[in-house]
Design a protein around this ligand. Structure first.
Ligand SMILES: NC(=O)c1ccc[n+]([C@@H]2O[C@H](COP(=O)([O-])OP(=O)(O)OC[C@H]3O[C@@H](n4cnc5c(N)ncnc54)[C@H](O)[C@@H]3O)[C@@H](O)[C@H]2O)c1
Length: 249
């Protein structure tokens, strides 16, 4: 087992990539706290973990609210005695819009849920890792590396996630706290359900070297590597998991 006796928080762990990570981390021996705004689906994930013999808890939170993230970290440490792995994964996109048409409240919401949440997750989790070290993984996106037309808010938030990851890796390296980001390409989750309605979808869904969509488990495998000691000399990096999307086609 690669995460035996480790305690992990996974935000956005109810569905998609976060859910795949929660299930996989549990199979690798971690105690998992799934933190998500969607309680109904989150409890199903917890049941699946427990049914397969794992240990997991659900906490309903909005990752953009400081007090809720602080409470999440505090109660996790109270329950399990420590925190080893923090996955700041929850994120949302806004629909495709010209910058002049993006409502200001949509911009604020996307940036709060997709980027401020990463700041909050690290603000409260990192101090809990000072004694024993730890691994923090922030979910970015290839959109934050290459830019994406008509998705300025999402692109800005995900670029920000990559930048905060580097800055924090430098700050916490001396405490053996590693901070890395994951940049998925297009992965089949609830987020892509919306994109499937677009006429551009058939081309979009095969626009990479492997010519297919990614699956959540393929991203959670990369998260597992970054969470485990196998990546003990890896920090400040952004691991791209995109089927070759950044290469074009
Ligand atoms: N699916 C993709 O193609 C893709 C590509 C690149 C990056 N990502 C990123 O991966 C991450 C996970 O997305 P996914 O594809 O698994 O989608 P998803 O919608 O299946 O999962 C996102 C989870 O975040 C939760 N969430 C949303 N807002 C929240 C909030 N305010 N507080 C707490 N939880 C909240 C949702 O309930 C959901 O469970 C996101 O950060 C997303 O931007 C996804």
């Amino acid at each position: 087992m690669r995460l035996k006796n480790k305690t992990a928080i996974i935000t956005g762990g109810s569905s998609g990539i976060g859910r795949a990570a929660a299930l996989r981390f549990s199979l690798e021996g971690a105690q998992v706290v799934v933190a998500d705004i969607n309680e109904e689906v989150g409890l199903e994930t917890i049941k699946e973990i427990k049914d397969s013999g794992g240990e997991a808890q659900f906490q309903k939170i909005d990752v953009s609210i400081p007090e809720e993230v602080e409470h999440l970290v505090k109660t996790t440490v109270e329950t399990f005695g420590k925190l080893d792995i923090m996955i700041n994964n929850a994120g949302i996109s806004h629909g495709e819009k010209k910058i002049s048409d993006v409502p200001i409240e949509d911009w604020d919401k996307v940036v709060d849920v997709s980027m401020k949440s990463v700041f909050l997750g690290m603000k409260y989790a990192a101090p809990e890792m000072l004694e024993n070290g730890g691994s923090i993984i922030n979910t970015a996106s290839v959109a934050g590396i290459k830019g994406q037309k008509l998705l300025a808010g999402y692109t800005a938030a995900k670029s920000g996630v990559i930048a905060i990851t580097k800055s924090t890796a430098l700050e916490y390296g001396k405490h053996n706290i590693r901070v890395n980001a994951i940049a998925p390409g297009i992965v089949e989750t609830a987020i892509t359900d919306e994109w499937k309605k677009s006429p551009k979808w058939p081309a979009l869904s095969t626009a990479n070297a492997l010519r297919r969509l990614g699956q959540p488990e393929e991203v959670s495998n990369a998260m597992l590597f970054l969470a485990s000691d196998e990546s003990s000399f890896v920090t400040g990096t952004t691991l791209v998991v995109d089927g070759g999307t950044l290469l074009g086609r």
